[in-house]
Design a protein around this ligand. Structure first.
Ligand code: B12
Ligand code: SF4
Ligand code: SF4
Length: 272
């Protein structure tokens, strides 16, 4: 089978997987996800090679986890409008639906990764999820594997003023990446900015929404943002806590979420 046919198979089976999984998920708001967007980043692309300088020195390279890696498959799973709209709560905390969406999606993405890897293996290829992508150093608040930067290199979105990767489906959703030796045609960074502020200096809604003063026009303060996520984790304890620190233990007792800068804004949701 040609690699482009495998690519098509991955796309259709990923969409089916999410649809079926969603039907089983018991959520507060009904459907959680929309059709995923998949892109492929060339592991030898100069942008990827520069990640240790752009993100952090210890950022891993795809070939460190798979010697013959060819591409990084990047999958963005967009939330439905209902999930994003729910986060318009009256106080400064995230909505329970947003917290639940976060935990359910993290659990679903692990299964989705297994599904994609099994498709690759059925055709004689390999797929590996970078172990570093699942953890982050909770002192410096950075990971050694940035999904967003691979996704940017694959051409599925651009960075907004809110720091999020904005795709053709919006920025409200979650990302996963898989390193593979399946050699397929890759994308390249999008030329058109999808953030209105970056396009023409308008909007700035995400800055207005930030309850912690973490996001300003001058930049982003990850410590302030994390503080706000902790306030939420103290309250949203009913859905578990999926993120681990570099030592492999859970960071908080609840869901470390906020997301006011990615919900009910012009870049939140786009029809695809
Ligand atoms: C650590 C982490 C956090 C920390 C620190 C946040 C941060 N911005 O790094 C905390 C806990 C505070 C946090 C908060 C949130 N997070 Co978080 N977080 C991560 C994690 C684990 C690693 C991110 C990382 O290491 N970044 C490295 C630093 C250096 O990069 P950066 O801050 O993103 O900054 C870069 C970009 O802004 C970029 N950039 C900006 N403008 C431009 C322009 C151009 C042209 C280019 C090339 C680059 C560029 O360059 C900067 C420097 O590298 C990732 C998952 C993963 N493994 O990738 C999720 C992740 C980034 N988080 C995510 C989300 C959704 C959130 C929250 C909304 C929480 C929530 N779910 O309610 C908030 C949003 C905060 C914000 N506005 O950035 C999503 C983002 C999805 C998306 N559409 O982009 C991710 C990818 C998780 C996932 N699996 O989907 N998070
Ligand atoms: S809310 Fe507006 S300024 Fe902020 S990232 Fe989205 S489009 Fe850009
Ligand atoms: S996640 Fe919340 S605290 Fe962090 S930048 Fe966005 S709005 Fe501000």
């Amino acid at each position: 089978m040609y690699s482009n046919e495998i690519k098509q198979e991955i796309e259709s089976k990923t969409a089916d997987f999410i649809k079926t999984y969603d039907e089983k998920a018991k959520t507060l708001v009904g459907k959680l996800w929309r059709t995923p967007i998949i892109g492929y980043a060339d592991v030898d692309h100069p942008y990827i090679q520069q990640l240790p300088e752009i993100v952090r020195k210890t950022h891993q390279m795809p070939k460190e986890i798979m010697e013959d890696a060819a591409v990084v498959l990047c999958c963005f799973v967009p939330f439905t409008k209902a999930v994003a709209q729910s986060n318009r709560s009256t106080d400064n905390l995230a909505s329970p639906e947003w917290a639940q969406g976060y935990e359910y999606t993290n659990a679903m993405l692990s299964k989705l990764n297994e599904r994609i890897i099994s498709i690759l293996e059925a055709h004689g290829y390999q797929g590996i999820v970078a172990p570093e992508s699942k953890v982050f150093d909770n002192k410096i608040l950075k990971s050694n594997w940035s999904h967003r930067h691979f996704a940017y290199a694959s051409g599925i979105g651009t960075f907004g003023l809110n720091n999020m990767l904005i795709t053709e489906a919006g920025c409200s959703g979650r990302l996963t990446t898989i390193v593979t030796n399946l050699n397929v045609e890759t994308g390249k960074p999008m030329e058109k900015e999808l953030c209105l502020y970056k396009q023409n200096g308008t909007c700035g809604v995400c800055v207005k929404h930030c309850p912690a003063g973490a996001l300003t026009f001058e930049g982003y303060d990850r410590t302030k943002c994390y503080g706000q996520c902790w306030e939420n984790a103290k309250v949203h304890t009913q859905f578990g806590s999926s993120y681990l620190n570099s030592e492999g233990s859970t960071n908080a007792v609840g869901s470390e979420v906020c997301g006011k800068c990615v919900t009910y804004a012009p870049c939140t949701y786009r029809e695809i």
